[in-house]
Design a protein around this ligand. Structure first.
Ligand code: NZQ
Ligand code: ZN
Length: 384
């Protein structure tokens, strides 16, 4: 096992009806801004639950944060906070609202061009405190300190993070996810799944606890994912999916092990250029990446085959290949097409993606830095 430091201060408040407990976690002395997305919370009653709980507070609101949150929109919230001297933000939504809020709270006290937090990874020295009410199980943003923001003007999608950007608390009521369209639920299952594989399908480092936790999350997603499609109002299934998503990306399973993240980096470009949902991009790229990078990942892939998919016969290579096929079929069984052509996307932007990676100095992604621009192109071509 490699050396590591683990820090995660997020208070998780999990269960049905927990939004009503908001006043326990936000002092009445704060001026609060509630941030949210395109309006789903107004249709499913979550908006009312939040504002009922915040009666007696000084509350402002900022709606309209898009899926794949846009810098241009978020800067309007930054201006509102500066003007009104707001000192606490409550994000109510999915990963996009949470990520957008992380950017907002970092940008408010930032001196200089706020886009440089993303473009130049300038250090975040200060941030407003914020909490979250999660409405979509997928990103793990509720218990981590990172985010991903897009810029409309340049079609860029960039990640950022800081230990100052952990939520003070996150309320996870699985019932909030009942109103999600099933394709969003499926995207969330795939996103959680790929968060685990990014931290697990690398090379062995004799880290059995991390491996078995990762395998446990993957098996849970494989078991519970299809259930949600046939029985969307099953609270236990929603709860298991929500907790799986949180556990997949709260830092625990990456302790002491190598991590990959190349699928995410390539996927972000497909969102930036084509607007594909995050989960969809991962379902397209992961199977292709695993096939192209199989020499690097064969040992862990065979372990994955045996322990997660119960594939016991064949050579190491045969098991690895069979497990990749099973993974792709699982994504498809969640109703997600796993080829770019299924979304009307061709090779038109492949050379731009490669150029971007080269311009950013990303000449070797993945756990061994072996996902070179040539490999990225091969992965993209095999995703068509
Ligand atoms: O905007 P509203 O109206 O709320 O609608 C949203 C949005 O259209 C809707 N939705 C959310 N909760 C709902 C609901 N509709 C009905 N009922 C509910 N309860 O779902 C749509 C998608 O929401 P979004 O927040 O975009 O989805 P998700 O949670 O998958 O977040 C995706 C974003 O997170 C980033 C992605 O890149 C993408 O920008 N990620 C963040 C990560 C992190 N912070 O650690 C890691 C991930 O790998 C990912 O990159
Ligand atoms: Zn993701």
């Amino acid at each position: 096992m490699n050396s590591f430091e683990f820090f995660n201060p997020v208070r998780i408040i999990f269960g049905m009806g927990k939004i009503a407990e908001l006043p326990k976690y936000i002092s009445k002395d704060h001026k609060v801004l509630v941030t949210y997305g395109g309006g789903s919370i107004k249709e499913n009653g979550i908006y009312d639950q939040v504002f009922d709980a915040l009666k007696g507070y000084s509350v402002f609101e900022f709606g309209g944060i898009e899926a794949n949150p846009k810098y241009e929109t978020l800067m309007k919230a930054v201006q509102l906070i500066r003007k009104e001297k707001i000192d606490f933000v409550l994000a109510v939504g999915g990963g996009s609202v949470l990520d957008g809020t992380k950017f907002i709270v970092a940008a408010v006290p930032f001196k200089g061009n706020e886009w440089d937090i993303l473009a130049k990874h300038l250090p975040i020295k200060e941030a407003l405190p914020f909490g979250a009410v999660l409405t979509l199980a997928a990103t793990g943003s509720e218990m981590n300190s990172g985010g991903v923001i897009s810029k409309t003007e340049t079609k860029e999608k960039l990640a950022f993070g800081s230990p100052l950007l952990f939520p003070k608390f996150s309320i996870l009521d699985p019932a909030t996810t009942y109103s999600l369209p099933l394709n969003q639920v499926a995207n969330g299952v795939v996103d959680s799944f790929v968060h685990v594989t990014e931290q697990y399908l690398t090379y062995p480092t004799n880290s059995p606890i991390q491996d078995r936790m990762a395998e446990g999350i993957l098996k849970t997603l494989i078991e519970e994912g299809p259930k949600v499609l046939s029985n969307p109002r099953d609270f236990d299934v929603r709860a298991n999916l929500m907790w799986s998503a949180t556990m997949a990306l709260n830092g625990l399973i990456s302790c002491g092990v190598p991590t990959d993240w190349a699928t995410h980096m390539i996927g972000h470009e497909l969102t930036a250029f084509h607007g594909l949902s995050h989960g969809v991009t991962l379902a397209i790229i992961l199977p292709s990446l695993l096939r192209i990078m199989i020499d690097d990942k064969e040992v862990k892939l065979a372990q994955y085959a045996e322990r997660v998919w119960d594939i016991k016969s064949g050579t190491t290579r045969e098991k690895a290949l069979a497990a990749i096929d099973k993974t792709e079929v699982f994504f498809q069984s969640m109703g997600i097409k796993t080829k770019l052509t299924g979304y009307g996307v061709g090779a038109e932007n492949f050379s731009k993606i490669i150029k971007r990676f080269e311009d950013r100095g990303w000449v070797g992604l993945g756990e061994r830095r072996s996902v070179t621009p040539d490999k990225v192109l091969e992965i993209l071509k095999n995703s068509l």
